[in-house]
Design a protein around this ligand. Structure first.
Ligand SMILES: *[C@@H]1O[C@H](CO)[C@@H](O)[C@H](O)[C@H]1NC(C)=O
Ligand SMILES: *[C@@H]1O[C@H](CO)[C@@H](O)[C@H](O)[C@H]1NC(C)=O
Ligand SMILES: *[C@@H]1O[C@H](CO)[C@@H](O)[C@H](O)[C@H]1NC(C)=O
Length: 476
């Protein structure tokens, strides 16, 4: 049987009410009685209730209903998702945008398999320039698709490819693009998902960096990492200093090393019950948290485009996480965001960030509840590769004072740039309609400078608070 679109909308709305009402109860419970212990019975009941709905959204694309289950109805117009399910892959996204991309499989030293996307260039037109390789790495719950989904000129990898760089877009282990394959383990084992950005930094990034250097013959590469893409590289460069020589310049978009302030109310509330959430996820075997799912895509697509609902429900959920400024994103990206952005994360990844925020220390995560000493902090003074930091005022994850602290501790800070738009949020580094104008041109100009300048630092762009591009335009 097939349901017309309006039925889906009604259903989605009904489900929403069923989710939101208990959700609001939880929120009231947690938000307005700070001095009181959380009522665990109510919390459990609420969470079990939400779980029933969430479980529907956790069915990955591979296991979604076969297309034959939704045969077009003869009377009603069949409901058609705007993207076939599963949505186009990174390579297909490239092709739709006129570019040729290739998928490479990379094996890590600890047995995982990663998908690395190589942007070869525009189809039928060889890439001009012959500039060095760039590895672009995604953040938490994201994948290479999050960079490649944009159709306008704000697509960072394709922008860099057009500028002449040899662009590679990485994928961490376990996300929706990397195959869930391991030399010894299978994804139905807890051990497969027993990793955080510590392991990603120690094993995934060196595997991808070495693969790119081997394939291109280049001595070093440019690195661009958003959020957890920056955290991973800081883990690598501080723990295995020999990799500093392989990174010509690390550009960090919304860098996460220190978390002094949780500006998202949602995260503050969730962190108040973090141990309960962890126990809950473990108890229910939810090891791949928020994977890419057909139901979530369909749910969000129908619901978020429903007049009034997008603004009152979908946007607040997303922007309560990253920073409140939905007007920065083209509205028609919302269904794509639902289709692509949740790409899976693990309990340990969330726990590791939670511990960084709780302790104020950027250090490995201990094992077991009674572990009082998780090991020494990551040695930021060992990060000798040049680093450029890009951050913004309205980022709910990355508080400007935390960036100042990181900048003060990095021994080789090359550039520090606050995006000149007070509304720019954590997701805007990828999604903002004006990201190219506000950010990517600056990132590119700083990379070009590093390329020309080599090790001679007399032209350090740090002296240009107004933006390097402006500076170059004025002075050259
Ligand atoms: C709530 O759930 C947790 C884990 O699922 C369980 O250990 C605990 O006993 C439950 N509490 C109540 C009051 O049901
Ligand atoms: C998770 O990984 C850590 C370190 O690799 C190990 O000490 C721990 O026993 C693992 N836990 C499980 C349940 O496999
Ligand atoms: C951190 O790295 C610096 C530079 O490599 C080194 O001098 C220092 O001894 C390291 N500190 C620790 C605690 O390992």
């Amino acid at each position: 049987m097939s349901w017309p679109r309006s039925w889906w909308r009604t259903l989605a709305l009904a489900v929403l009410i069923v989710v939101i009402v208990p959700g609001a109860t939880t929120s009231t419970l947690l938000g307005h009685t700070p001095g009181h212990a959380v009522d665990h019975e109510t919390l459990n009941a609420t969470m079990l209730h939400v779980l029933r709905v969430v479980k529907q959204c956790l069915v990955p694309f591979e296991h979604s209903a076969a297309a034959s289950d939704v045969q077009p109805h003869t009377v009603h117009k069949p409901w058609k998702p705007p993207y076939p399910e599963p949505p186009p892959s990174s390579v297909e996204l490239c092709a739709q945008r006129g570019f040729q991309c290739e998928r490479h499989l990379v094996h890590t030293a600890d047995g995982y398999v990663l998908a690395l996307i190589h942007v070869v260039g525009r189809r039928g037109a060889p890439r001009a320039g012959g500039l060095p390789p760039v590895l672009v790495q995604h953040g938490m719950l994201m994948s290479s698709d999050a960079y490649l989904l944009r159709k306008d000129d704000g697509n960072l990898p394709l922008f860099l490819s057009d500028a002449g760089y040899d662009v590679w877009v990485g994928n961490y282990r376990g996300n929706a693009v990397s195959p869930h394959v391991h030399a010894k383990m299978t994804p139905d084992m807890f051990e497969f998902w027993n990793f955080s950005w510590h392991e990603m930094g120690l094993h995934d990034l060196p595997a991808m960096i070495d693969h790119v250097l081997e394939r291109t013959g280049a001595p070093d590469l440019f690195y661009i990492g958003h959020s957890m893409g920056s955290t991973g590289l800081m883990v690598l460069l501080s723990s295995r200093p020999e990799y500093n020589g392989k990174v010509r310049l690390a550009s960090f978009l919304a860098p996460v090393a220190f978390v002094s302030t949780l500006r998202s109310r949602l995260f503050r509330q969730l962190s108040a019950v973090a141990p309960a959430i962890k126990a809950f996820l473990l108890a229910h075997g939810i090891w791949n948290v928020l994977p890419r799912s057909a139901a979530l895509h369909r749910f969000a697509d129908v619901l978020c485009l429903f007049p009034g609902v997008g603004e009152t429900v979908c946007n607040p959920v997303l922007f309560e996480i990253g920073g409140r400024s939905p007007e920065n994103v083209f509205p028609y990206y919302m269904p794509m965001i639902a289709a692509y952005l949740p790409s899976g994360t693990t309990i340990r990844i969330m726990e590791h960030y939670y511990e960084v925020a709780r302790t104020g220390k950027f250090r490995p995560l201990g094992y077991g509840t009674g572990d009082p000493n998780p090991g020494p902090e990551y040695n930021i003074s060992a990060i000798t590769a040049p680093v450029a930091l890009y951050y913004s005022e309205n980022d709910y994850f990355v508080h400007p004072p935390d960036v100042d602290r990181l900048a003060a501790e990095l021994p080789n800070l090359f550039h520090k740039f606050k995006v000149p738009d007070a509304s720019f949020n954590h997701f805007d580094f990828l999604l903002a309609r004006n990201a190219k104008h506000l950010l990517y041109t600056e990132v590119l100009a700083v990379m070009r400078l590093k390329e020309v300048e080599g090790d001679d630092n007399h032209l350090r762009p740090l002296k240009t608070p107004g933006g390097l591009l402006d500076y170059l335009l004025r002075n050259t």
